[in-house]
Design a protein around this ligand. Structure first.
Ligand SMILES: Nc1ncnc2c1ncn2[C@@H]1O[C@H](COP(=O)(O)OP(=O)(O)O)[C@@H](O)[C@H]1O
Ligand SMILES: [Mg+2]
Length: 249
């Protein structure tokens, strides 16, 4: 058994600034010697789980439960405040939309930018470019700046890039929820191809039916803690009961 991802007692603390930094206010504060209004906030606490290589595991939970933070920690775009994270394998992260894209650059340019962040050389991207553009289905908009793209178009481009870098571990944050049905089907077919090839999938969703369609196991996060972990059907059923107004176990 090879572990693809392991979290041991992981916590992530953010410092929330309740007022926008404002020069005059900061100046006044330093004169009056008052501390600025800061609050520490644990987005995740005491989170432990293991995902084996070749497994497909969903992370589900309501808004703000810590799903995206968990994926960002796996992708190492942010460090944990406490605990240990182990990742074995090449990552293909498709994190929150827009991550790894620059709004002023065109779709083309963003393919290069994003793919280079994922470790591809310019030459490798040159070779894959046509296929990435075609997969995305963006059409002529590929020359337009990303800031003119809809959310679904950004998801298309982002997924097209990760689908081409051949990762061992695919990390997906809510992508299937924003694209149109046609693209979601294409993504699902690609994901099933990854699964057949023995790759690891870690899939964030708040949609139980997508989780059941793609994953064997699920982790339910609530308030930054693991509420349940186990077979996808059981965890989804518990989560659905909670959504329908049931109490937390
Ligand atoms: N950079 C940040 N600074 C401060 N708080 C953050 C930051 N990122 C996330 N959070 C907070 O952490 C909690 C979990 O966020 P997130 O992981 O994005 O939730 P989810 O993806 O499950 O909706 C939320 O309350 C969110 O406001
Ligand atoms: Mg999120």
């Amino acid at each position: 058994m090879t572990i693809a991802i392991r979290f041991e007692d992981v916590g992530k603390r953010f410092v929330v600034q309740h007022q926008r930094p404002f020069l005059a206010r900061e100046l006044l504060r330093s004169v009056l010697q008052r501390p600025s209004h800061r609050q520490e906030f644990w987005a995740l606490r005491n989170v432990s789980f293991s995902i084996e290589a070749g497994e497909s595991v969903a992370i589900l939970g309501t808004n703000g439960s810590g799903k995206s933070t968990t994926l960002a920690l796996i992708a190492q775009t942010t460090p944990p405040t406490e605990g240990t994270i182990t990742v074995n394998g090449r990552l293909g992260p498709l994190l929150e939309l827009g991550a790894g894209f620059h709004p002023d650059l065109s779709g083309y340019e963003n393919i290069y930018l994003n793919a280079s962040l994922l470790g591809l050389t310019r030459r490798q991207v040159d070779a894959l470019l046509g296929s990435i553009v075609e997969y995305s289905g963006i059409g002529d908009f590929i020359d337009a700046p990303i800031q003119t793209y809809s959310t679904g178009m950004k998801a298309r481009l982002g997924f097209a890039v990760v689908a081409h870098i051949d990762p061992d571990i695919l990390l997906l944050d809510e992508v299937l929820s924003v694209g149109d049905g046609q693209f979601a089907q294409k993504c699902e077919a690609t994901i099933r191809g990854f699964q057949k090839a023995g790759k690891t999938l870690c899939f964030v969703s708040h949609n139980p039916s997508q989780v059941l369609a793609l994953c064997q196991r699920a982790i339910w996060l609530h308030g930054g803690r693991v509420q349940a972990i186990g077979p996808a059907a059981e965890v989804c059923a518990g989560y659905q009961r909670f959504l329908d107004g049931g109490a937390l176990a």
